[in-house]
Design a protein around this ligand. Structure first.
Ligand SMILES: Cc1ncc(COP(=O)(O)O)c(C=O)c1O
Length: 499
C-alpha cells in the first residue's frame, strides 16, 4: 500500500452505519417461525403502518461489531482513564455488581409479575430501603425517584404536602448560591419560589442572611453538606434550629454522600428529607452510561406523604406493595423504580458492609486532600488557588482566575488540554460563585500513582502555557474530535441524521 492511501479502517471511520453494508446483508437470520402467528393487520392495523418499510442499516455481524467497538473508542470512559468530574462521583463500578444484576432472576423479571412470584425482588428492595434508612439516619424510604433531581422533586412535593396538611401554604424555598442547578430548577418546577442564600467567607451558609430570610413563608431549605465547594458546614445544628424554628423542613441533597457514608448521618444533623444518588455514591455506570436512581429517606412526620406504592413486609415475612396511603403525593413514575440500580447498590452495600462504606468515604476524603497537597507541592496553587478553606472533604474547587490573568489560558483550555494527557477533565465553571472554577473529585477508587500523574499533568500544562499558551487554547490535539462548538451544540443541536 502506498503512503497516503486511505486504510479500510480510516474509510469506515468516516462512514456512518447507514453508509455501510449492502441490500439484503444480515448480521443474524432468525429461523422461520413454526408456530401459529397473528397476522400483521391484527398486530398493527395498516393505518398505523408506514407505506414503505423503514430504511435500516443492512450489515454483516463483523461490520456491526466493528461499528460499535469503533464508536466506543471515540469516547472517554471511566474504564480507560481517571475521571475526576467534580460532584459526579465517578468511582469504579465493580464487575461483580454487573454479574449480579445480569442474573436472569433480576434481569428478566417483568415489572408486572404478580407479587407472590416476585418475593425475592421485593425482599431485595425492602432490604435496600432498610440499609438506606440506616445510612441516612431517617426511618422511611421510597425507592421510586429515577435520579437525584427526581428525588429533589419528590422532596419538594412532600414538603408542600406536609405544609398543606397543616392548612399552610408556603411559597418560598431557600437554596444557597453554591447549590447545584437542579435545586432551584426543581423548586421552580414544583411551583415554588427560589430565594438564594449567601455564602460566608469560609464557604458555608451565611447565618445572618439565613436569619434575615427565614420566615413563616419559607417551606424548606435545600442544602448539600458537604456543599459543592467540598466544605462541610460546621454550623449545621444552628442552621437546622433556625429552619425548624420557622416551621420549615430541611432537605438534604445527597449528591455528596460519598464524603460522609457511615461517618455522619443527615437525619442526625436535623434533616427531614434526603435524596441519595445511587448511581454516584453506591456505584453504577452513569453519565450517559446507564440509568440513575434517586431514592429518598424521610422522617416520621414526612412519611405519610411518601409516593405510592411502598414496599412493605407483613408479620409473616411476606412482601407486598402498599398503595393504600391516603395522604400520599401519588406515583412519581411507571412501575417501581430502576430495579437494576437497586441490585447494584444493594450488592455494593452488602459487599462493603458498614465498615467498608465508612472506609470508602474516609479514603475519598483522604484522596482529595492528598491531591490538593500534591498540587500545592508542585507549585500549582499560585495560579490555581483553592477557592475556599484550607482542607476539603471528598472534592475541592480551585479558581483559575490567576491562571487566566497570568498565563492567558482559561479553565476550559486547561480542561481540554488534560484530555491530551489521558485524563477526563474535572467539572468546570461550577459552582458559579467561583471565578473560572475547576472542581476536582478523585474518589476513593484511584491509586496514589494516578493522583500523582494527574497533579503532574496540571503542573506541566501550566509550565507549557507560560511558554506557549496557544497549545492549551487549541487543545485537545490527540482526540478523535478537536475543540467542539459547545454553545452551538447546546443551542442548535443536530440530534437526528437525515436519511
Ligand atoms: C450537588 C448535586 N445535586 C443534585 C444533582 C442531581 O442529580 P442527578 O444528576 O442524579 O439528577 C447533582 C448531579 O450532578 C449534583 O451534583
Amino acid at each position: 500500500m502506498s503512503v497516503g492511501t486511505e486504510t479500510p479502517q480510516q474509510r469506515d471511520r468516516a462512514r456512518t452505519i447507514f453508509e455501510q453494508g449492502a441490500a439484503g446483508r444480515r448480521a443474524f437470520v432468525c429461523p422461520e417461525i413454526d408456530v401459529p402467528t397473528v397476522d400483521a393487520e391484527t398486530l398493527l392495523p395498516a393505518r398505523h403502518r408506514r407505506a414503505a418499510p423503514a430504511r435500516l442499516p443492512e450489515v454483516s455481524e463483523p461490520e456491526l461489531v466493528r461499528h460499535y467497538v469503533r464508536l466506543s473508542k471515540r469516547n472517554f470512559d471511566l474504564d480507560s482513564g481517571f475521571y475526576p468530574l467534580g460532584s459526579c462521583t465517578m468511582k469504579h463500578n465493580p464487575r461483580l455488581h454487573e454479574r449480579v444484576a445480569a442474573l436472569p432472576g433480576h434481569a428478566r423479571l417483568h415489572p408486572l409479575q404478580d407479587l407472590p412470584r416476585a418475593q425475592g425482588a421485593l425482599e431485595l428492595m425492602w432490604n435496600l430501603q432498610q440499609a438506606l434508612a440506616e445510612i441516612a439516619g431517617l426511618p422511611h424510604v421510597s425507592l421510586q425517584p429515577s435520579a437525584g433531581s427526581h428525588g429533589e422533586l419528590a422532596g419538594v412535593l412532600l414538603t408542600r404536602a406536609f405544609h398543606e396538611d397543616r392548612g399552610e401554604t408556603r411559597s418560598k424555598v431557600l437554596t444557597p448560591d453554591t447549590a447545584h442547578g437542579t435545586n432551584p430548577a426543581t423548586v421552580t418546577m414544583a411551583g415554588l419560589q427560589v430565594v438564594a442564600l449567601a455564602t460566608n467567607p469560609d464557604g458555608g451558609i451565611d447565618l445572618d442572611d439565613l436569619r434575615a430570610k427565614a420566615d413563616g413563608d419559607v417551606a424548606c431549605l435545600m442544602l448539600t453538606n458537604p456543599n459543592t465547594l467540598g466544605i462541610f458546614d460546621p454550623n449545621i445544628a444552628e442552621i437546622a434550629e433556625i429552619v425548624h424554628g420557622v416551621g420549615a423542613t430541611l432537605y438534604y441533597d445527597g449528591a455528596n454522600l460519598n464524603a460522609i457514608m457511615g461517618l455522619s448521618r443527615p437525619g442526625d444533623m436535623g434533616f427531614d428529607i434526603v435524596h441519595f444518588n445511587l448511581h454516584k455514591s453506591f456505584t453504577q455506570p452513569h453519565g450517559g452510561g446507564g440509568p440513575g436512581s434517586g431514592p429518598i429517606a424521610v422522617s416520621e412526620r414526612i412519611a405519610p406523604y411518601l409516593p405510592v406504592p411502598v414496599v412493605v413486609r407483613d408479620a409473616d415475612g411476606r412482601f407486598a406493595l402498599d398503595h393504600d396511603r391516603l395522604k400520599s403525593i401519588g406515583r412519581l413514575r411507571g412501575f417501581h423504580g430502576n430495579y437494576g440500580c437497586f441490585v447494584r447498590a444493594y450488592a455494593y452495600i452488602r459487599s462493603l458492609g458498614a465498615e467498608g462504606l465508612r472506609d470508602a468515604s474516609e479514603t475519598a476524603v483522604l484522596n482529595a486532600n492528598y491531591l490538593l497537597a500534591r498540587l500545592r507541592e508542585l507549585g500549582v496553587a499560585d495560579r490555581l488557588p483553592l477557592a475556599y478553606g484550607d482542607l476539603c472533604m471528598h472534592e475541592f474547587v480551585l479558581s483559575g482566575g490567576p491562571m487566566k490573568r497570568e498565563l492567558q489560558i482559561r479553565t476550559l483550555d486547561l480542561a481540554k488540554r488534560l484530555l491530551d494527557f489521558g485524563f477526563h477533565p474535572p467539572t468546570v465553571y461550577f459552582p458559579l460563585l467561583v471565578e473560572e472554577a475547576l472542581m476536582v473529585e478523585p474518589t476513593e477508587t484511584e491509586t496514589r500513582e494516578t493522583l500523582d500523574a494527574f497533579a503532574e499533568a496540571i503542573a506541566e500544562i501550566l509550565r507549557e502555557a507560560a511558554e506557549d499558551p496557544e497549545i492549551a487554547r487549541t487543545a485537545p490535539h490527540t482526540t478523535p474530535v478537536r475543540r467542539l462548538d459547545e454553545v452551538g451544540a447546546a443551542k442548535r443541536p443536530v440530534i437526528r441524521q437525515s436519511l
